[in-house]
Design a protein around this ligand. Sequence first.
Ligand SMILES: *[C@@H]1O[C@H](CO)[C@@H](O)[C@H](O)[C@H]1NC(C)=O
Ligand SMILES: *[C@@H]1O[C@H](CO)[C@@H](O)[C@H](O)[C@H]1NC(C)=O
Length: 420
Amino acid sequence: MSPPLSRLQLALTCFLAALGAWLGSSSDPDLLLAWATQLLRPSALPVSGEREERPSDERHGPLPSTVYARGLVNRRVRAASVLHEHQAFFHNTSSRAFAGVAVGFASPWAARADETVWRFSRKLTHVAPVLFEATAAGGVRSTIGEHAGRRWLRWLRAATRSAAGRQAWPRLTPLVSLERLDLLHYFTGEGAEARAGELLLSLQTALLTMKLDGFVLHAHAHLAWLTLEDRRLVQPKLHVFVQLLAAQLSGEDAELLLLVPPHPGLFSATEFNQLHEALGGVILATANFSAVKATPGPSAPISWMKRALTELNPSEEASSKLAVTLPMVGWDFALPDGPGTPVDSQRYLRLLSRHKNTWLEWDAAGSEHVFKYHADGVEHALYYASLRGLAERLGVLRQLKVGFAIWELGTTLDYFYDLL
Ligand SMILES: *[C@@H]1O[C@H](CO)[C@@H](O)[C@H](O)[C@H]1NC(C)=O
Ligand SMILES: *[C@@H]1O[C@H](CO)[C@@H](O)[C@H](O)[C@H]1NC(C)=O
């Protein structure tokens, strides 16, 4: 049972119904309701001062030509061109340029994530809200609260199911993180088996009550915090847990995907080969390459991405289960050797608008664009995703027959989706 609508929600629903009719788009009441409740979610509201006035010369919304036809997929790019073009996209958002696994992560805190899901989710095979974490007692908790979590999932389901054919629906597979757990105690301490059993049950319940299509398990990266000895104890238990969970989900016609670090010590070729058949996918989190090393540089150099993939030594058939994350979080480094600060699309665009005539530089070693600017007498190098950088990565992924994942949808620019 949904709770009764407030007057404000009703007013919005009516307004949106009228708007929907006017646009001739969808009269699907679920979707409209979704929009209504969406408008009331705090994360959907613009943060004051974050929005710039839109100059009238900016292109906006659906266009009859793609970024290729518009001549934008270049290494030579000016800040002004990004500002002018990024909000315009090819009108047919249900045409897919990519055949493999295509996962979009959505963070509840990113203001633009929901709008992006609503507009572009037909380009994806899975939408993965970053929502759940496992608790020490074996439960599963929504990080934005029980009620808000359910409401968001309902909204996402409606938004992703507005596509015409059922085949085109992306699956809704929330991320479950084991980040807050003491993994050693959790998997090997007293009562470990009961706890794992409890967690399996909690996930099963969440799957059925919230009508999910599976989960993305984010566990292996957290092994990095353990000593080598402890890791040797925990890894086999986690491996068994993954197998049990995958089997349980496939019994419900649902899928388990893993988000793993690009590091063979934390997720190895052996593990991949034993697990891939039972899984819906394995996503290598190739991001933050230079930020982790605290040296200015590209976020995910292509050669590093390729090496991470080949280290898993996938057979032709197994590579269809693999995906890598595309670097969508920008990193701003104060030169010569300042540590990186993460930058989202809003901040990136604000910085570009202060330096409109600057040309972005092409970092040939990493195949990424870098935007260099001065602020308070300090030179900065900002690595942020660009059309050309993404196009080159997607070319490599196509060759290797591997899919992609976007971390995360709220930090992307609309014209990127023409490439996907
Ligand atoms: C959009 O692209 C899809 C897939 O390529 C195609 O089936 C559909 O007819 C296109 N729609 C329009 C309006 O062109
Ligand atoms: C990269 O850094 C961003 C920002 O700190 C973080 O949200 C994201 O989870 C990191 N990604 C990986 C794969 O570590």
